[in-house]
Structure formats: C-alpha cells, structure tokens
Design a binder for this molecule. Structure first.
Ligand code: LLP
Length: 412
C-alpha cells in the first residue's frame, strides 16, 4: 500500500508513491505537483462530517485545473464559480449545471446570460443593481437567484481575505434583502430560491461561522426560500495554526441550519486542495550578504503570490534530505521586487545549487493566481495519483507569453 500525500521515504520527499526529484527531472521546475489521493481524502473527511445532504460546491477559484475539476466531478461535487470562465471550465469538466452556483460581485451581462443558458442551480446576487440587470436581460426561462447576505461579522483572518464585515464590498444587509425579496415578486421569470453568505477565507475558529449561520437562519425565517448556501472559508494548517475543528463546524451546521429544513450548500475551496499541492523549485544560487544568506529559487512571486500578497507562509521541504549544518537564510524568488520573498529567517540544512525544494500547501490559490510578470512563463502542473503521474498543464513557453501582442503598422 502506498501512502497518499507528501512524505519522506528514505530521505527523499515523495508525492504519493512518486519521487519528487524524478518529477523535477522529468517535467522541470518550477512546477506545481498535486496529490489526487489527498484531494479525495479531503473531500471524504468533509463529506463524512457534513453528511450526505449538504451539497459540496467546490470553489473553483482555488484551483481551476481541468484535471482537478474532473476529480471533483467524479466525486459528485458541485461547483461555486465566480466568472464565465470558471462556469465554462466546471461544465467542461463534467460538473452538472444543477450543482453549480454563481457568486461574485461583478457578473457581466454576458456572464449572466451564460448562466441562464446553462440553467445553473442558482445565481447568488450581490445587489439591487444586479437584480435590475437580470430583469433587463429578460431571461427566457425562470432564473433561480440567491441573495448574498453580508452578516456583518468579523472573521479572524487576514484583512485581504475577510468578506463578511459591514464595510466589505460583498453581499447585502438583511434589511435590503427583505426589501428586494418583496420587489422580486413582480418578476415572474425571477425565482428567489436561496440565501447565501461567505464571510472570509482561511478561517480556523468557529465563532464567526456561528454568528453568520445565526444571521442566515434569522433571515430564512423572514423570507421564504428553499436553499441556504453557507459559503466556504475553512482554513488549513500552513504553520502553527490550530487545525480547524471540522466536526465542530458540522455540528454548527446541524444545530443551526439543518433544522430549517432547507437544501444546504457549502462552497469550500482551500480545504479541498490547499494541502494537496506543492510548488517544486530548484535552488539557483545561495547569495552571501552582509546579513543573512539568501537562497534564491527558480520560482517567484509570479508563480506563488500568496507570501507577497497576504504575508502567507508556505514552509519549505528539501526534496533530498542532507546532513549538512543548519543555516539561517531568507528564501527568495528571482522576480525584481523586494516583496518576492517566500520565507524570512528560515533554518535548514545547507542546500546546494540545483537542489529541489518543495514549497508546501500550495494547492489552493497557487497556480490559479499565478501570472507572467517579468515575462516568466506560467509553471507546469503535474498530477500524481498513487504511482502514476502526468502533466495536467504544460509549462508555457515564450510564444505563449507573447501570443496576441502586435506592433501597429505605423511603428514600422
Ligand atoms: N465562496 C465564495 C463566495 C468565495 O468568495 C470564496 C473565496 C470561497 C467560496 C472559497 O473560499 P475558501 O474555502 O477557499 O476559503 N486568494 C486568497 C483567498 C481568496 C478567497 C476568495 N474567495 C488566498 O490565497 O488566501
């Protein structure tokens, strides 16, 4: 039996049964590597806790690779999408339209029409203005809409990924939803089927969920809907966080939401894929400085933006363990930005040029947020499943990067 996930075997870091040095050798670096087994384990854990009656609509934005989406489809999951592009990807991967919800604060008319055409489960609307546009688009068949509630709760997470407080751009206060609900009765083609909420991401404490669920339940007592979508946000362990109490989370759902007798949907992203991916990078150089040495990797902030953007910490494991003395270094990428630093004051056995490193917990919001800044091609993505491995997205080359650029004739 092979172990699923990331672990050392005889001093070599593996994904499932696959040696990550071999992966780096065969596919190059930087590359994202995902463990299919871990994704399935994450789904199973959450599903066991929540029970079969809660629809798990995977928040695609965390990792939109088609192979990853097809795992979600074959596990029977739905999807939470936030753009026409994500909607198309979810459908193409085989996720049934009746399990797709569409969230997001700025859906264009074209994206709304696409959602009408696919007759998806629900469009979670964010404002009276958005409702007005849906009405004006004159859908040919009834459209199911959910109202996104802003429950005005403070989630204890990084300010840039907190969404449920009163000042955030997301959702509407309950008073506004009650008003809109009355108005909607005038439009036969709009069916107010649900209420949704999402208070933030990387949540590891249950307090804010409790408050949000109570707000959802209170509103559900005032407007008649069939379904409640309680958002995503379950956190994972990056460093020394307390692992989120999934059983406690499920208990809150069962205590506060289940008794209301509605269809329930949750939208987890990170929890399903975050710990199931690493970013493999090679050491380009060890730069000596008057201060700490700087370990320079061939992966940069364009490949994994989370440290630069949210001060996130992705711990690093050498793929080959060595017996060298420990050093304390900063770990940086090659991008010409001071914020292109993965780790500060990192202690590790001194590596050599060319060694392969794995930046951990990079399966969510890693590749999906990557860009080509500094004209750096997007990295490859590899899926490991037991002892099998395959490229699920080839590394970009320079032609991909400049594709679509043209020089106007008058410039000669
Ligand atoms: N539902 C909605 C409406 C959302 O906006 C999000 C995430 C989710 C579900 C899924 O949240 P999750 O379960 O993954 O926490 N780029 C940031 C995270 C941004 C989250 C945006 N919305 C990061 O790398 O930490």
């Amino acid at each position: 039996m092979s172990e699923s996930g990331f672990h050392y075997r005889n001093g070599i870091f593996h994904a499932d049964a696959v040696d990550l040095n071999d992966v780096a050798q065969e596919y190059g670096t930087p590359s994202y590597v995902y463990s299919a087994g871990m994704i399935r384990d994450n789904i199973a854990r959450l599903r066991t806790a929540l029970g079969p009656d809660v629809l798990i609509a995977y928040a695609c934005k965390a990792n939109t690779n088609r192979a990853v989406l097809s795992i979600m489809a074959s596990e029977g999951l739905g999807a939470d999408v936030v753009s026409g592009g994500e909607l198309r990807r979810a459908i193409a991967a085989g996720i049934p339209a009746e399990k797709i919800v569409f969230s997001g604060v700025g859906k264009t008319d074209g994206e709304l029409r696409l959602a009408f055409d696919h007759d998806i489960a629900q469009i979670n609307i964010e404002s009276a203005a958005e409702l007005e546009r849906i009405v004006a688009l004159n859908p040919a068949r009834p459209v199911r809409v959910g109202f996104r509630l802003n429950p005005d709760v403070e989630a204890n997470t990084h300010a840039k990924i907190s969404t449920g407080h009163g000042e955030s751009k997301f959702g509407m206060p309950s008073a506004e939803i009650r008003q809109l609900y009355k108005e909607i009765a005038r439009y036969p083609m709009i069916r107010p089927t649900g209420i949704s909420t999402h208070i933030g991401s990387q949540l590891t404490e249950l307090e804010a969920y409790r408050d949000a669920f109570h707000a959802l339940a209170a509103l559900a007592g005032e407007v008649e809907v069939e379904s409640l979508d309680f958002g995503g946000g379950l956190g994972i362990v990056y460093t020394d966080e307390q692992p989120v109490d999934v059983a406690g989370y499920a208990q809150l759902v069962h205590d506060i939401l289940t008794p209301l007798g509605k269809k329930l949907t949750t939208e987890p992203g990170r929890y399903l894929v975050g710990n199931a991916g690493v970013l493999l990078a090679r050491v380009i150089d060890m730069k000596k400085t008057p201060g700490k040495p700087i370990l320079i990797l061939d992966a940069g902030m364009n490949d994994l933006m989370r440290p630069a953007m949210y001060d996130a910490i992705h711990v690093m494991n050498p793929v080959t363990m060595n017996q060298n003395n420990d050093i304390i270094c900063d770990v940086a990428g090659p991008v010409c930005e001071s914020s292109d630093i993965f780790l500060r004051g990192w202690t590790m056995a001194e590596p050599a040029r060319g060694d392969v490193m794995a930046l951990m917990n990079a399966g969510a919001y890693g590749f999906s947020m990557a860009g080509t800044y500094n004209s750096r091609p997007l990295p490859a993505e590899i899926l490991v499943d037991g002892d099998r491995h395959a490229v699920i997205r080839t590394r970009q080359d320079m032609d991909d990067i400049v594709k679509g650029e043209t020089v106007p004739g008058w410039l000669g």
